[in-house]
Design a protein around this ligand. Structure first.
Ligand code: PLP
Length: 394
């Protein structure tokens, strides 16, 4: 009667959402201030002032019909031009407006890109741990997800990638700064990855595309975030303003196809076609224009840095172990027992809501989203200490 696969997907709530809903229920029982919900990656700092200023300016100066009407399917021409000019100036690559497709956040950027590239039998390599929706997006497009492990610091492992990429590989998805680990890939890593993908494309006789998922590009604590297109020509960049500008609910982002891509015009046509198939044409018109004036900006990252430092300082003093995050707003902590799901259940006794790593494609870790109010972290510290005591860490 209905598509069974989609029915199952719709009924299976994501683990993260499940924990978030549990937290809401607990808040009603024990009081909101006593529940420490680290489940969701919802930005916790306000959008920068320019965002509201630009909204006010647009609604007070642009005729309503022009402002709120449909734009071209791929986006308003002046917005696509602004994005292309920004990319060219900021990252030293030669981007052109005809290769920019405005979309509804990173989720749409990724689904459109994967649908644009995927043919029957194609595989997409994802590096573990990964954003859980990747497998949904890949399988939804009829592709197969193939996992490649990262190294002990969650950086790219070229040998694992080499082994995972084969004749059926259409693309490799990377995400830096990374959710859930906070890793930021270096120039050297991207250069090595570019070389590997060039060799793999030669061996295969057709391009292996690099799909760079970059909703956290601006959110780093000092680490440089090199631009993937500068290291490998067959790159499609999936950008979102959800996290950088704290606009997650407004659903705005873009796809940038490298003009150097083999068959770039065909790739872009396929992006436009996939946008039609999936109904993602004409991204929200007001927010296209708002983000065009706020390119490269972010909310106050110092707030995230303070959260990170407060949390990592206390957790390491408690004997928990982790690789300090270099970017984004997630801490990926080793579970003190092998079963991370069991650890998260025990943490719930202290009203600590953590996400087990199983859904991210690895076992034995938890993700802690620290994009929450500082006070939540401050109030949670005794609970983390009590949890550490229970495990004999202190
Ligand atoms: N990719 C990664 C790595 C993410 O963490 C997220 C959201 O958390 C997304 C994509 C989806 O972002 P958006 O809200 O812009 O669709």
């Amino acid at each position: 009667m209905v598509n069974q696969k989609n029915k199952q997907l719709g009924e299976a709530r994501s683990v993260i959402r499940e924990i978030f809903e549990y937290g809401n229920a607990r808040k009603k029982v024990v009081g909101a201030e006593n529940v420490f919900d680290f489940s969701l990656g919802n930005p916790g700092v306000p959008a920068p002032a320019e965002v509201n200023e630009e909204i006010v300016r647009l609604v007070s100066t642009m005729p309503s019909l022009a402002l709120h009407g449909y734009t071209s399917a791929a986006g308003a021409p002046e917005v696509r031009q602004a994005v292309a000019s920004y990319i060219s100036a900021a990252f030293g690559v030669d981007m052109s407006a005809e290769y920019i497709y405005m979309t509804c956040g990173a989720a749409a950027s990724l689904t459109v890109t994967i649908h644009a590239l995927c043919e029957a039998g194609d595989e997409f390599v994802v590096v573990t741990p990964f954003f859980p929706e990747y497998t949904v997006f890949i399988e939804g497009a009829g592709g197969k997800a193939v996992m490649a492990a990262t190294d002990s610091r969650f950086h790219l492992d070229m040998e694992a990638l080499d082994a995972a990429i084969g004749v059926h590989t259409k693309g490799v998805i990377i995400n830096s700064p990374n959710n859930p680990t906070g890793a930021v890939y270096s120039r050297e890593e991207l250069a090595a990855l570019g070389k590997l993908l060039e060799r793999k494309s030669r061996e295969k006789g057709s391009p292996v595309f690099l799909i760079a998922d970059e909703p956290y590009r601006e959110l780093t604590y000092g680490a440089e975030v090199p631009y993937p297109m500068a290291f490998y020509k067959n790159t499609v960049l999936c950008y979102s303003f959800s996290k950088s500008l704290s606009l997650a609910g407004e659903r705005i982002g873009y796809i940038a196809v490298s003009p150097q891509c083999e068959g770039a015009a065909d790739v872009f046509s396929a992006v436009c076609g996939a946008g039609r198939v999936l109904g993602f044409v004409c991204a929200p018109a007001l927010f296209q224009r708002v983000v065009a004036k706020c390119l490269g900006r972010s909310g106050d990252i110092e707030e995230y840095r303070k959260n990170r430092d407060l949390l990592t300082g206390t957790l390491s003093a408690c004997g928990f172990t982790f690789v300090p995050p270099e970017g984004a707003f997630y801490l990926f902590m080793k579970s003190p027992e092998a079963d991370a799901v069991a650890f998260c259940e025990r943490a719930k006794k202290y009203e600590l809501l953590l996400v087990p790593s199983d859904g991210f494609g690895v076992k034995g870790y938890v993700r802690i989203s620290y994009c929450v109010e500082r006070a939540v972290i401050e109030r949670s510290l005794p609970a983390f200490r009590a949890l550490a005591k229970e495990y004999g860490l202190i």
